[in-house]
Design a protein around this ligand. Structure first.
Ligand SMILES: [Fe+2]
Ligand SMILES: [Fe+2]
Length: 358
Protein backbone atom coordinates (compact mmCIF):
# COMPACT_ATOMS: atom_id res chain seq x y z
CA UNK A 1 0.00 0.00 0.00
CA UNK A 2 1.53 3.31 -0.95
CA UNK A 3 2.15 6.12 1.49
CA UNK A 4 0.05 8.22 -0.81
CA UNK A 5 -3.15 6.42 0.17
CA UNK A 6 -2.47 6.99 3.86
CA UNK A 7 -1.84 10.66 3.15
CA UNK A 8 -5.07 11.02 1.26
CA UNK A 9 -7.05 9.26 3.98
CA UNK A 10 -5.58 11.43 6.67
CA UNK A 11 -6.17 14.51 4.61
CA UNK A 12 -9.80 13.71 3.90
CA UNK A 13 -10.43 12.86 7.53
CA UNK A 14 -9.04 16.26 8.54
CA UNK A 15 -11.00 18.04 5.85
CA UNK A 16 -14.18 16.32 6.96
CA UNK A 17 -13.67 17.32 10.57
CA UNK A 18 -13.24 20.93 9.55
CA UNK A 19 -16.26 20.68 7.26
CA UNK A 20 -14.00 22.09 4.58
CA UNK A 21 -14.62 19.58 1.81
CA UNK A 22 -16.04 22.21 -0.50
CA UNK A 23 -12.92 24.36 -0.16
CA UNK A 24 -10.37 21.62 -0.93
CA UNK A 25 -7.48 23.30 -2.67
CA UNK A 26 -7.62 21.90 -6.18
CA UNK A 27 -3.85 21.79 -6.53
CA UNK A 28 -3.62 19.30 -3.68
CA UNK A 29 -6.20 17.07 -5.33
CA UNK A 30 -4.33 17.28 -8.64
CA UNK A 31 -1.08 16.41 -6.93
CA UNK A 32 -2.72 13.52 -5.12
CA UNK A 33 -4.08 12.14 -8.37
CA UNK A 34 -0.73 12.35 -10.15
CA UNK A 35 -0.71 8.55 -10.33
CA UNK A 36 -2.04 7.42 -13.74
CA UNK A 37 -4.57 5.21 -11.95
CA UNK A 38 -6.18 7.86 -9.79
CA UNK A 39 -6.63 6.70 -6.25
CA UNK A 40 -10.07 5.68 -5.17
CA UNK A 41 -11.88 2.98 -3.27
CA UNK A 42 -14.96 0.96 -3.94
CA UNK A 43 -16.87 -1.43 -1.72
CA UNK A 44 -17.99 -4.94 -2.59
CA UNK A 45 -20.87 -6.85 -1.01
CA UNK A 46 -21.77 -10.35 -2.17
CA UNK A 47 -23.84 -13.48 -1.74
CA UNK A 48 -26.64 -12.32 0.54
CA UNK A 49 -28.94 -15.25 -0.48
CA UNK A 50 -32.10 -13.48 0.69
CA UNK A 51 -34.55 -16.33 1.21
CA UNK A 52 -38.31 -16.22 1.45
CA UNK A 53 -39.90 -18.55 3.99
CA UNK A 54 -43.47 -17.59 3.11
CA UNK A 55 -45.27 -14.33 2.36
CA UNK A 56 -43.40 -11.47 3.99
CA UNK A 57 -41.29 -13.86 6.11
CA UNK A 58 -37.62 -14.15 5.14
CA UNK A 59 -34.65 -15.92 6.76
CA UNK A 60 -33.67 -13.36 9.35
CA UNK A 61 -29.98 -14.20 9.49
CA UNK A 62 -29.45 -13.60 5.76
CA UNK A 63 -31.37 -10.32 6.00
CA UNK A 64 -29.21 -9.15 8.90
CA UNK A 65 -25.97 -9.92 7.04
CA UNK A 66 -26.94 -7.68 4.15
CA UNK A 67 -28.43 -4.91 6.28
CA UNK A 68 -25.21 -4.76 8.30
CA UNK A 69 -22.99 -4.61 5.21
CA UNK A 70 -25.06 -1.78 3.73
CA UNK A 71 -25.03 0.20 6.99
CA UNK A 72 -21.26 -0.20 7.44
CA UNK A 73 -20.56 0.66 3.81
CA UNK A 74 -22.53 3.89 4.23
CA UNK A 75 -20.28 4.83 7.15
CA UNK A 76 -16.97 4.33 5.27
CA UNK A 77 -14.45 7.17 5.31
CA UNK A 78 -13.21 7.95 2.71
CA UNK A 79 -16.42 7.22 0.89
CA UNK A 80 -16.21 4.60 -1.84
CA UNK A 81 -16.85 5.86 -5.36
CA UNK A 82 -19.30 3.03 -5.96
CA UNK A 83 -20.40 -0.37 -4.66
CA UNK A 84 -20.42 -3.71 -6.44
CA UNK A 85 -22.87 -6.41 -5.45
CA UNK A 86 -21.27 -9.71 -6.48
CA UNK A 87 -24.32 -11.92 -7.13
CA UNK A 88 -26.61 -14.40 -5.36
CA UNK A 89 -28.83 -11.61 -4.08
CA UNK A 90 -31.71 -14.08 -3.67
CA UNK A 91 -31.68 -17.79 -2.80
CA UNK A 92 -34.10 -19.20 -5.37
CA UNK A 93 -34.40 -16.33 -7.85
CA UNK A 94 -37.96 -15.46 -6.77
CA UNK A 95 -39.36 -11.98 -7.41
CA UNK A 96 -40.13 -11.62 -3.70
CA UNK A 97 -36.51 -12.44 -2.79
CA UNK A 98 -34.97 -10.15 -5.40
CA UNK A 99 -37.35 -7.32 -4.45
CA UNK A 100 -36.60 -7.71 -0.74
CA UNK A 101 -32.84 -7.77 -1.42
CA UNK A 102 -33.06 -4.82 -3.83
CA UNK A 103 -34.91 -2.81 -1.22
CA UNK A 104 -32.03 -3.33 1.22
CA UNK A 105 -29.37 -2.57 -1.41
CA UNK A 106 -31.22 0.60 -2.41
CA UNK A 107 -30.28 2.05 1.00
CA UNK A 108 -26.65 2.34 -0.17
CA UNK A 109 -25.59 5.97 -0.57
CA UNK A 110 -23.49 5.21 -3.66
CA UNK A 111 -24.02 4.13 -7.24
CA UNK A 112 -24.28 0.34 -7.28
CA UNK A 113 -23.45 -2.18 -10.00
CA UNK A 114 -24.73 -5.75 -9.72
CA UNK A 115 -23.32 -9.08 -10.90
CA UNK A 116 -25.65 -11.96 -11.68
CA UNK A 117 -25.31 -15.12 -9.55
CA UNK A 118 -26.68 -18.56 -10.34
CA UNK A 119 -29.24 -18.19 -7.52
CA UNK A 120 -30.57 -15.05 -9.21
CA UNK A 121 -30.58 -16.59 -12.68
CA UNK A 122 -31.86 -20.14 -12.99
CA UNK A 123 -35.54 -19.57 -12.20
CA UNK A 124 -36.36 -17.21 -15.10
CA UNK A 125 -32.90 -16.91 -16.72
CA UNK A 126 -32.29 -13.46 -15.28
CA UNK A 127 -35.42 -11.84 -16.67
CA UNK A 128 -36.74 -10.23 -13.50
CA UNK A 129 -33.22 -9.44 -12.26
CA UNK A 130 -32.72 -7.41 -15.47
CA UNK A 131 -35.68 -5.19 -14.70
CA UNK A 132 -33.88 -4.24 -11.47
CA UNK A 133 -30.24 -4.12 -12.56
CA UNK A 134 -30.08 -3.94 -16.34
CA UNK A 135 -27.90 -5.95 -18.74
CA UNK A 136 -26.28 -9.21 -17.63
CA UNK A 137 -22.85 -7.92 -18.66
CA UNK A 138 -21.42 -4.47 -19.34
CA UNK A 139 -18.33 -2.29 -18.92
CA UNK A 140 -17.47 1.27 -17.94
CA UNK A 141 -14.45 3.47 -17.29
CA UNK A 142 -13.78 5.18 -14.01
CA UNK A 143 -10.78 7.40 -13.19
CA UNK A 144 -8.46 5.63 -15.61
CA UNK A 145 -9.56 2.06 -14.77
CA UNK A 146 -11.63 -0.13 -17.11
CA UNK A 147 -14.31 -2.10 -15.23
CA UNK A 148 -16.16 -5.10 -16.67
CA UNK A 149 -19.06 -7.11 -15.24
CA UNK A 150 -19.44 -10.58 -16.76
CA UNK A 151 -22.20 -13.14 -16.45
CA UNK A 152 -20.03 -16.18 -15.75
CA UNK A 153 -22.79 -18.53 -14.54
CA UNK A 154 -24.23 -19.59 -17.90
CA UNK A 155 -24.10 -23.24 -18.81
CA UNK A 156 -24.73 -25.68 -21.63
CA UNK A 157 -28.01 -24.74 -23.44
CA UNK A 158 -29.19 -28.37 -23.41
CA UNK A 159 -29.00 -28.43 -19.63
CA UNK A 160 -30.68 -25.01 -19.37
CA UNK A 161 -33.50 -25.42 -21.88
CA UNK A 162 -34.25 -29.13 -22.28
CA UNK A 163 -33.35 -31.19 -19.26
CA UNK A 164 -35.82 -30.07 -16.59
CA UNK A 165 -39.61 -30.28 -16.54
CA UNK A 166 -39.93 -26.96 -14.69
CA UNK A 167 -38.01 -23.75 -14.09
CA UNK A 168 -38.32 -24.36 -10.32
CA UNK A 169 -36.59 -27.72 -10.60
CA UNK A 170 -33.82 -26.21 -12.74
CA UNK A 171 -33.28 -23.58 -10.05
CA UNK A 172 -33.21 -26.18 -7.27
CA UNK A 173 -30.68 -28.33 -9.16
CA UNK A 174 -28.31 -25.36 -9.57
CA UNK A 175 -28.73 -24.16 -5.98
CA UNK A 176 -26.95 -27.06 -4.22
CA UNK A 177 -23.23 -26.93 -3.47
CA UNK A 178 -22.40 -30.55 -4.23
CA UNK A 179 -25.31 -31.60 -6.41
CA UNK A 180 -24.05 -33.90 -9.19
CA UNK A 181 -26.97 -32.70 -11.39
CA UNK A 182 -25.49 -29.19 -11.47
CA UNK A 183 -23.77 -28.13 -14.66
CA UNK A 184 -20.39 -26.36 -15.02
CA UNK A 185 -20.52 -22.58 -15.30
CA UNK A 186 -19.28 -20.80 -18.40
CA UNK A 187 -19.05 -17.31 -19.86
CA UNK A 188 -19.88 -18.64 -23.31
CA UNK A 189 -18.83 -17.78 -26.83
CA UNK A 190 -21.22 -14.86 -27.39
CA UNK A 191 -20.06 -13.00 -24.31
CA UNK A 192 -16.38 -13.80 -24.94
CA UNK A 193 -16.78 -12.22 -28.37
CA UNK A 194 -18.36 -9.16 -26.74
CA UNK A 195 -15.45 -9.00 -24.27
CA UNK A 196 -12.89 -9.29 -27.07
CA UNK A 197 -14.49 -6.31 -28.85
CA UNK A 198 -14.85 -4.33 -25.61
CA UNK A 199 -11.17 -4.82 -24.75
CA UNK A 200 -10.03 -3.88 -28.25
CA UNK A 201 -10.85 -0.29 -27.28
CA UNK A 202 -8.72 -0.43 -24.12
CA UNK A 203 -5.02 0.54 -23.95
CA UNK A 204 -2.54 -2.12 -22.84
CA UNK A 205 -1.45 -0.03 -19.83
CA UNK A 206 -4.99 0.71 -18.59
CA UNK A 207 -5.70 -1.24 -15.39
CA UNK A 208 -8.62 -3.64 -15.80
CA UNK A 209 -10.93 -4.92 -13.07
CA UNK A 210 -13.30 -7.75 -14.00
CA UNK A 211 -16.19 -8.77 -11.76
CA UNK A 212 -17.61 -12.25 -12.17
CA UNK A 213 -19.72 -14.41 -9.90
CA UNK A 214 -17.89 -17.71 -10.35
CA UNK A 215 -14.07 -17.71 -10.31
CA UNK A 216 -12.59 -17.17 -13.79
CA UNK A 217 -10.17 -19.94 -12.85
CA UNK A 218 -10.66 -23.63 -12.13
CA UNK A 219 -10.65 -24.52 -8.42
CA UNK A 220 -13.05 -27.37 -7.71
CA UNK A 221 -15.51 -28.71 -10.25
CA UNK A 222 -17.53 -30.76 -7.74
CA UNK A 223 -18.80 -27.57 -6.12
CA UNK A 224 -18.77 -25.41 -9.26
CA UNK A 225 -15.90 -23.35 -7.88
CA UNK A 226 -15.14 -23.41 -11.58
CA UNK A 227 -15.67 -21.70 -14.93
CA UNK A 228 -15.38 -24.12 -17.83
CA UNK A 229 -14.01 -21.61 -20.37
CA UNK A 230 -11.77 -19.84 -17.84
CA UNK A 231 -8.64 -20.28 -19.98
CA UNK A 232 -10.33 -18.69 -22.99
CA UNK A 233 -11.36 -15.67 -20.91
CA UNK A 234 -7.86 -15.45 -19.41
CA UNK A 235 -6.39 -15.45 -22.96
CA UNK A 236 -8.43 -12.33 -23.81
CA UNK A 237 -6.99 -10.60 -20.73
CA UNK A 238 -3.40 -11.58 -21.41
CA UNK A 239 -2.29 -8.54 -23.48
CA UNK A 240 -2.92 -6.11 -20.61
CA UNK A 241 -0.38 -5.03 -17.98
CA UNK A 242 -2.61 -5.01 -14.89
CA UNK A 243 -5.66 -7.25 -14.70
CA UNK A 244 -7.70 -7.98 -11.57
CA UNK A 245 -10.53 -10.50 -11.33
CA UNK A 246 -12.83 -10.22 -8.31
CA UNK A 247 -15.39 -12.97 -7.81
CA UNK A 248 -18.06 -14.06 -5.32
CA UNK A 249 -19.76 -17.47 -5.16
CA UNK A 250 -17.12 -19.29 -3.08
CA UNK A 251 -18.04 -17.53 0.20
CA UNK A 252 -14.42 -17.53 1.39
CA UNK A 253 -11.11 -15.71 0.95
CA UNK A 254 -9.08 -17.02 -1.99
CA UNK A 255 -6.31 -15.34 -3.98
CA UNK A 256 -4.13 -16.34 -6.87
CA UNK A 257 -1.92 -15.00 -9.64
CA UNK A 258 -1.98 -16.47 -13.15
CA UNK A 259 0.43 -14.59 -15.42
CA UNK A 260 -0.65 -10.94 -15.43
CA UNK A 261 -4.02 -11.65 -13.78
CA UNK A 262 -4.60 -11.30 -10.04
CA UNK A 263 -7.60 -13.18 -8.65
CA UNK A 264 -9.38 -12.31 -5.42
CA UNK A 265 -12.54 -13.81 -3.95
CA UNK A 266 -14.89 -11.90 -1.67
CA UNK A 267 -16.90 -12.93 1.39
CA UNK A 268 -20.60 -13.68 1.56
CA UNK A 269 -22.86 -11.80 3.95
CA UNK A 270 -24.97 -14.97 4.36
CA UNK A 271 -22.87 -18.01 5.28
CA UNK A 272 -19.34 -19.40 4.79
CA UNK A 273 -18.53 -22.40 2.59
CA UNK A 274 -15.76 -24.78 3.68
CA UNK A 275 -12.48 -24.73 1.75
CA UNK A 276 -12.50 -27.45 -0.93
CA UNK A 277 -9.29 -28.91 0.54
CA UNK A 278 -11.41 -30.07 3.50
CA UNK A 279 -13.31 -32.37 1.13
CA UNK A 280 -10.84 -34.79 -0.42
CA UNK A 281 -13.19 -36.94 -2.53
CA UNK A 282 -12.20 -35.39 -5.85
CA UNK A 283 -9.30 -33.43 -7.30
CA UNK A 284 -9.31 -29.81 -6.22
CA UNK A 285 -7.00 -26.98 -7.16
CA UNK A 286 -7.27 -24.42 -4.39
CA UNK A 287 -4.70 -21.80 -5.48
CA UNK A 288 -1.29 -22.36 -3.88
CA UNK A 289 -1.17 -18.73 -2.76
CA UNK A 290 -4.36 -18.97 -0.76
CA UNK A 291 -3.84 -19.04 3.01
CA UNK A 292 -7.13 -20.46 4.33
CA UNK A 293 -8.77 -18.24 6.86
CA UNK A 294 -8.35 -19.40 10.42
CA UNK A 295 -11.92 -19.96 11.51
CA UNK A 296 -13.63 -21.85 14.23
CA UNK A 297 -16.14 -23.73 12.16
CA UNK A 298 -17.08 -23.24 8.52
CA UNK A 299 -20.73 -23.44 9.43
CA UNK A 300 -20.62 -21.06 12.38
CA UNK A 301 -23.31 -18.74 11.13
CA UNK A 302 -21.33 -15.51 11.38
CA UNK A 303 -17.72 -16.72 11.22
CA UNK A 304 -16.15 -16.04 7.82
CA UNK A 305 -18.94 -13.78 6.63
CA UNK A 306 -18.58 -10.08 5.92
CA UNK A 307 -17.84 -7.63 3.13
CA UNK A 308 -14.82 -5.71 1.82
CA UNK A 309 -13.61 -2.37 0.54
CA UNK A 310 -11.04 -2.21 -2.19
CA UNK A 311 -8.30 0.26 -3.09
CA UNK A 312 -7.21 0.72 -6.68
CA UNK A 313 -4.38 3.17 -6.02
CA UNK A 314 -1.73 1.27 -7.98
CA UNK A 315 -3.99 -0.15 -10.67
CA UNK A 316 -3.87 -3.41 -8.70
CA UNK A 317 -6.60 -4.14 -6.21
CA UNK A 318 -6.06 -4.44 -2.45
CA UNK A 319 -8.95 -6.06 -0.59
CA UNK A 320 -9.67 -5.16 3.01
CA UNK A 321 -11.98 -7.79 4.45
CA UNK A 322 -14.40 -6.62 7.15
CA UNK A 323 -15.33 -9.81 8.95
CA UNK A 324 -18.26 -10.03 11.32
CA UNK A 325 -16.81 -12.63 13.69
CA UNK A 326 -13.17 -12.99 12.77
CA UNK A 327 -9.96 -10.98 12.55
CA UNK A 328 -10.07 -8.52 9.65
CA UNK A 329 -7.80 -9.50 6.77
CA UNK A 330 -6.07 -7.65 3.98
CA UNK A 331 -4.91 -9.19 0.72
CA UNK A 332 -2.93 -6.78 -1.46
CA UNK A 333 -0.86 -7.08 -4.62
CA UNK A 334 2.84 -6.96 -3.74
CA UNK A 335 4.87 -5.44 -6.61
CA UNK A 336 8.04 -7.09 -5.24
CA UNK A 337 6.66 -10.64 -5.57
CA UNK A 338 4.24 -9.84 -8.42
CA UNK A 339 1.28 -11.51 -6.73
CA UNK A 340 -1.41 -10.93 -4.11
CA UNK A 341 -0.19 -11.47 -0.55
CA UNK A 342 -2.06 -11.86 2.71
CA UNK A 343 -0.74 -8.98 4.79
CA UNK A 344 -2.46 -10.09 8.01
CA UNK A 345 -1.47 -13.72 8.18
CA UNK A 346 -3.34 -15.68 10.82
CA UNK A 347 -1.06 -17.98 12.74
CA UNK A 348 -2.19 -21.58 13.18
CA UNK A 349 -1.00 -21.30 16.79
CA UNK A 350 -3.65 -18.67 17.51
CA UNK A 351 -6.53 -20.73 16.16
CA UNK A 352 -10.00 -19.57 17.04
CA UNK A 353 -11.65 -21.87 19.57
CA UNK A 354 -14.48 -24.03 18.22
CA UNK A 355 -17.98 -22.87 19.00
CA UNK A 356 -20.22 -24.79 21.33
CA UNK A 357 -22.96 -26.67 19.53
CA UNK A 358 -26.33 -26.98 21.17
FE1 LIG B 1 -23.48 -17.74 -3.07
FE1 LIG C 1 -23.18 -18.59 -6.41
Amino acid sequence: MSDFRVTRRTFLKGAGTAAAASTLPLSVVELAFADPAQSFTFAHISDSHIQQISGAKFVRNWDRGLIRAVAETNLLQPKPDFVIFGGDLGQLGKKAELDHGAEMLAKLNYPTHCVLGEHDYYLDLGEYWSTLYGPHYHSWDHKGVHFVILNSILTDPKWTYERWPSAEQRMMEMAGLDNPNGSPFMVGEKQREWLRKDLSQVKKETPIVIFSHSPLQKIYKGWNFWTDDAEQVQALLKPFDKVNVIYGHVHQIQYNQIGNISFNAVMATAWPWPYPQSYAQAKQMLPKLTVPMNRADPFFERDATGWQFIDVDTGRVALEYNLYNNTNRKVAFDPKTGQPEDTVFQSEAARIAPQTHY
